[in-house]
Design a binder for this molecule. Structure first.
Ligand SMILES: [Mn+2]
Length: 378
């Protein structure tokens, strides 16, 4: 009702510019009489112009709802005939397609999104080696393992993801990781590789940068598909993700897309919000997430070669841009046996403490050459 009155006022305002005041007042009086008669009839419950209008409106609304429902049913029926949705190769974070992708569990998501490595799986005597973004640099990966005196069957190796793209030997990196029983989290490029593989299988175009997936054995694709978004080692108080975590948000409540794409966080009234922060190494949008991460787990991650090695109190960034001609870096952690011996010496009978940054040894090897140019940032 208020709207109707405002509407009339607006109409009168317009007319006032063109008609003499007397005429306007006459018209206004007539209009008010009409309205009075109409409302009097409405109170009596008789059929009025107003109630006809309401009836017509209700009919139109009912018809609209009916048509919408029919369209929905048709859409559902049509979608049943369509093949399984294939990855959208250009997913923008936050886009409806992206949300659909994250929601389409089963085919596209790994069977286990957040993996845990127990003490039994790690063993007491082997060390833990966490390696930064390899991006097809298989020669450097082997040299890094040699430099770390890696012992197969004893040490546990965890890759931070982004095994292929950019560098020269993506398939060899995956083959070597599978052969040696490495663990890895899923990086954004592993996801792109899977998407490209799905597209290739469906006879759809594959982006030039990801053509290598055409040679990928099915077992390798399945291995990539199974990579979880995070790996936790409770015995060490550490978590490995490809890109980052939003502070103050439980692991299981984190957006999976953030885990492999974020670099920075923006402070909002509702808490921190993840930002991809691509080409923003000076943090104009917000600080590097790792600089504000305050545990409890120590997080090892990659994905941010522009910032390079990050040594924070509760996080270590390991992407030192090997494919860009820089270095490949690993963090080495002592065996649980050794850690426990140290802790017993320090505080007899105490509970296991969080990972001490002093227990992290960093090691790196130089890239043989610059395999890829960072042409994506100005
Ligand atoms: Mn990445």
């Amino acid at each position: 009702m208020a709207n109707e009155a405002n509407g009339s006022e607006a109409l009168l305002d317009d007319l006032e510019e063109f008609r003499p005041i007397g005429e306007i007042e006459d018209a206004d009086r007539r209009r008010r009489k009409d309205l009075d008669r109409e409302s009097a009839r409405a109170v009596k419950g008789g059929a009025t112009r107003g109630s006809y209008r309401k009836l017509a409106l209700a009919t139109i609304m009912l018809a609209t709802v009916g048509v919408a429902f029919a369209l929905l049913i048709t859409a559902v029926e049509l979608s049943k005939d369509e093949a399984q949705p294939v990855y959208d190769l250009n997913l923008r974070r936050g886009s409806p397609e992206y949300r659909l992708f994250l929601a389409s569990a089963g085919k596209l998501l790994p069977p286990e999104t957040h993996a845990v490595l127990s003490k039994a799986e790690l063993g007491m005597k082997g060390r833990v080696l966490i390696i930064g973004d390899v991006h097809g640099c298989v020669k450097e990966m082997k040299e890094l393992l040699d430099a770390a005196k890696y012992e197969h069957g004893l040490d546990t190796v965890i890759l931070v993801g982004d095994l292929g793209d950019k560098g020269p030997y993506p398939l060899e990196v995956i083959a070597e990781a599978r052969r040696l029983g490495f663990y890895s989290v899923r990086g954004n490029h592993d996801d792109k590789a899977l998407a490209a593989y799905e597209a290739f299988k469906a006879n759809k175009p594959v982006p030039a940068k990801t053509r290598w997936v055409k040679e990928m054995p099915e077992g390798a694709a399945e291995w990539l598909h199974r990579l979880p978004f995070s790996i936790r080692l409770p015995a060490y108080g550490l978590t490995v993700v490809h890109a980052g975590l939003v502070p103050d948000v439980a692991l299981t409540r984190q957006q999976l897309g953030d885990l492999y794409s974020m670099r920075e966080v923006v402070n909002t009234t509702g808490g921190w919000r993840a930002e991809e922060g691509k080409c923003d190494p000076t943090g104009k949008l917000g600080p590097a997430w790792a600089s504000v991460w305050d545990g409890p787990d120590h997080v090892f991650f990659g994905h941010d070669h522009q910032r390079g090695l990050q040594k924070r109190a509760y996080a270590t960034g390991l992407d030192t841009g090997c494919c860009y001609g820089d270095r490949l870096t690993a963090a080495i952690l002592p065996s649980l046996h050794e850690l426990q011996a140290q802790q017993r010496e320090a505080e007899p009978g105490s509970l296991p403490k969080p990972l001490d940054p002093a227990d992290i040894t960093l090691i790196s090897v130089p890239a043989h050459e610059k395999y890829y140019d960072d042409d994506e940032c100005p």
